[in-house]
Design a protein around this ligand. Structure first.
Ligand SMILES: Nc1nc2c(c(=O)[nH]1)N[C@H]1C(S)=C(S)[C@@H](COP(=O)(O)O)O[C@H]1N2
Ligand SMILES: [Mo]
Length: 310
């Protein structure tokens, strides 16, 4: 059962209005349950998400405190300082919101965010996120595998890659008025990476709806890649035959490749990738190949030269 609470009232206090409200509440829940997931119809940042499944994706690592997860961010649409997304992303309106699924698919569709969230059971999964700037965090995300959405889209045989596009609104997002990146923010995955069970379509963290600065209302989390592959506030998911060019590849092709797997043995042109600082720690720790997820994903790259395909 969902973990939010139905109002507790004494029968003697129930008015016709309450009965009406309760019936509506019941029908709303029933409608959700029919799809296998019960969700309130309207969710905004900070509201509790009914985490229906606590998944097997646990880690022995200590969780990064909520305060750090939500106040040390990269979200250039809201400025390039780590603190500025928390200060500025409040202006992002996350309803109404749609995600357009298009390109090489048999079932293109414009998803309303509230329907999309009900597509599959929400799971809590603890993943490491390792930024290319050599810091990392451990975050309990809430979402479901992106594969659930991809299956419903029915990609054609031509679909070799998936491109994710972030909202690009100069009124809500002061950062896009500066040319620091080629807007809108775009990222991409190869089909097998996108279909991998670790790749999470993410709606929340720490049991709550995603704070805007973390990419509300929906983002990707790809835990074996550098953080920038995890596009935030997605409005479009496009299936393509050609490899998409991400905003970071455009900004610095010699520094940011398409694959961007966490690889301690490949230096970034301006710094080593061998170590990372876990936010909150004083000492650095060695970075792990594929961010510690090698057992699950290394076979995706067998036969590829990961020095060239960085
Ligand atoms: N749209 C968009 N998505 C983005 C970014 C961005 O600037 N814009 N930054 C990326 C980078 S570099 C990182 S490390 C992660 C940070 O996610 P977090 O702030 O939730 O920890 O978001 C990624 N997704
Ligand atoms: Mo990053």
């Amino acid at each position: 059962m969902p973990n939010w609470k139905m109002p507790k009232v004494l029968t003697s206090e129930i008015t016709p209005k309450d009965v009406y409200r309760q019936r509506r509440e019941f029908m709303r829940l029933a409608a959700g349950t029919a799809l296998g997931v019960a969700l309130p119809s309207h969710l905004i940042a900070g509201e509790k998400l009914p985490t229906l499944v606590k998944s097997a994706y646990e880690l022995p690592d200590k969780l990064t405190p909520f305060e750090d997860v939500t106040h040390y961010n990269n979200y250039y649409e809201f400025g390039t300082d780590k603190e500025s997304p928390a200060q500025q992303a409040g202006s992002l309106k996350t309803r109404p919101w749609t995600v357009t699924v298009e390109g090489e698919v048999r079932n293109p569709k414009v998803w309303d965010i509230d329907s999309l969230m009900k597509l599959a059971a929400l799971e809590e999964r603890v993943y490491r996120l390792r930024c290319v700037e050599a810091w990392s965090m451990v975050i309990p995300w809430v979402g479901f595998p992106l594969a659930e959405l991809i299956k419903r889209a029915e990609p054609t045989g031509n679909a070799k890659f998936v491109e994710f596009t972030t909202l690009n609104d100069p009124i809500q997002m002061p950062g896009v008025n500066s040319p620091v990146l080629d807007w809108p923010y775009r990222e991409g995955l190869r089909m097998d990476e996108a279909m991998h069970p670790l790749t999470l379509l993410t709606f929340g963290l720490y049991g709550e709806v995603l704070p805007n600065q973390n990419g509300a209302p929906v983002r990707i989390v790809v835990p074996w890649k550098y953080g920038f592959k995890s596009a935030k506030s997605i409005v479009r998911i496009k299936f393509m035959e050609q490899m998409p060019v991400s905003s970071w590849m455009k900004a610095g092709p010699s520094e940011y490749g398409f694959y961007s797997n966490v690889n301690p043995s490949v230096d970034h042109p301006r710094w080593s990738q061998a170590k990372e600082r876990r936010i909150g720690d004083f000492f650095k720790r060695p970075s792990l190949p594929f961010n510690g997820y090698a057992d699950q994903v290394a076979q995706l790259y067998s036969g590829m030269d990961l020095q060239k395909n960085f």
